[in-house]
Design a binder for this molecule. Structure first.
Ligand code: AMP
Length: 444
């Protein structure tokens, strides 16, 4: 199918052609006509599927007619990075339209965001906390909103935004068209959609096979203390053009990025303790190729889109398969091949096995110059004599048994989304669409 078969208007086609979008992705093919027809939509898709354009293109087309400079489309996103990215996408798609998107998000001064709202925007992309804040201060009015989008709804729920979302959804006009996208569809999301959407059309993309099919995955079973060395040698290989290295903790992200810098790998860390300026700058540096590696926690990296990212490394194996799928979805975007390399130590073997079960795939095991942890030691201990694990060796079976008995397998803290930073001071961000547009968000 071609974009012009989707009844999109010429200025939009022109903008996406310049972005080298040749044909619509599956989710776009299904979603665009439904939104143009005015249906509420419940979409099951993750970042990398092209879901932003799936809602942004029809929204822009709908806003072409009518008043300008009033918030007529509101997009809710869980994180600042995602809000900024969605806003940039809108402005790139609106390059040949007289429409403007702006983003508001917490962690930075509200001054410039308030100025931007006073100047007027047609599409407002917002994180829930800052939006409510500015609504209470009467800087934002939602009485003209015609379309509401809740993007990454599952993440918003995970981050505790459910009440805020409900408040916002009841503040917009009742007849407003509503769209909800979520990477997963757990019960609370279904309940939220039941209360917010009216007779929604459902569009689905097979979340699991998507990332799993386009990304080549492998795993090194390695002792924790050898992970840094192994990671360094892998990253220094020519094959790695640019990468995100995921860690489960902020401390881990700092440790890994410092080590990489020490061994002359251009690396930056992004996590919840970094201010907005630093996070945004690191992202830009990676996009420009000035930084080779971003070391990130999940909250900082969620939703970010860096096209042509060659590798994702899981320095720490995530506790949840869903998080794993999100992480590896950062590479292999829009049909390109990517690689996900996992470094799994003994404490993480159970989590990794759960991931393999979830994606119904055995991930290729690779050996490195550092010793592989012993995964084959599965024989049962003799009854009478308690079998000891030889010194220096790690007994995976034993660890698994512990987990089966219900006790935690590892002593590390469970995976959590990081806390918000209280960043300040940042430079201005250019629009994707080039010089024509005014700066719509800033992080002063
Ligand atoms: P998203 O899932 O919205 O984050 O999009 C993932 C990436 O795919 C972004 O870099 C988009 O610019 C890109 N993209 C979206 N739609 C298309 C398309 N139809 N053709 C090529 N690239 C696309």
């Amino acid at each position: 199918m071609k974009f012009n078969e989707l009844q999109l208007i010429e200025p939009i086609i022109k903008a996406i052609t310049e972005l080298k979008y040749e044909e619509p992705s599956k989710i776009q093919e299904k979603t665009i006509p439904l939104l143009l027809e005015g249906h509420d939509v419940l979409g099951c898709a993750q970042t990398g599927s092209g879901k932003t354009a799936a809602f942004a293109l029809p929204i822009l087309q709908k806003l072409v007619k009518g008043n300008k400079g009033e918030v007529r489309a509101l997009v809710m996103a869980p994180t600042r990075e995602l809000a900024i990215q969605i806003c940039d996408n809108f402005n790139a798609y609106a390059k040949y339209l007289d429409l403007q998107a702006g983003a508001i998000f917490g962690g930075v001064s509200q001054e410039e965001q308030v100025d931007m709202l006073k100047e007027g925007v047609d599409v407002l992309v917002a994180t829930p906390g800052r939006l409510l804040d500015l609504m209470h201060q009467r800087h934002v009015k939602l009485d003209q909103v015609e379309i509401l989008v809740l993007d990454e709804a599952d993440q918003m729920l995970d981050m505790g935004f459910i009440k805020d979302i409900r408040t916002i959804a009841t503040t917009v006009p009742e007849q407003c068209q509503k769209v909800m996208f979520s990477a997963t569809m757990p019960k609370p999301i279904e309940r939220l959609s039941d209360t917010i959407l009216r007779n929604p059309e459902t569009v689905k993309q097979d979340v699991v096979t998507n990332a799993v099919d386009t990304v080549k995955q492998c795993v090194y079973y390695v002792d924790d203390e050898n992970k840094l060395n192994l990671l360094t040698s892998l990253i220094k290989s020519e094959e790695v053009k640019n990468a995100i290295v995921f860690t489960n903790t902020k401390h881990g992200a700092e440790k890994v990025s410092k080590h990489l810098l020490k061994v002359a790998v251009r690396a930056r860390a992004i996590h919840g303790d970094k201010n907005q300026n630093s996070r945004q700058d690191a992202l830009l540096q990676l996009k420009k190729g000035k930084v080779k590696v971003l070391v990130a926690t999940d909250i900082a990296a969620r939703g970010i889109d860096i096209s042509k990212l060659s590798h994702v490394f899981n320095y720490d194996i995530p506790d949840s398969p869903e998080v794993y799928i999100h992480r590896i979805g950062r590479t292999g975007r829009a049909g390109e091949e990517g690689r996900a390399i996992n470094l799994c130590c003994i404490d993480e073997v159970d989590h990794f096995a759960a991931i393999e079960r979830h994606i119904r795939k055995r991930i290729m095991v690779l050996k490195s110059e550092w010793p592989m942890i012993n995964l084959t030691k599965t024989e049962k201990p003799k009854r009478k004599k308690k079998q000891e694990t030889p010194k220096g060796e790690i007994d995976v079976k034993k660890v698994k048994d512990i987990s089966l008995s219900g006790k935690p397998v590892n002593k590390k803290s469970k995976y959590r989304y990081g806390s918000n930073s209280s960043g300040k001071a940042a430079g201005k961000k250019k629009f994707n669409g080039g010089g024509k547009k005014r700066v719509r968000w800033s992080d002063k």
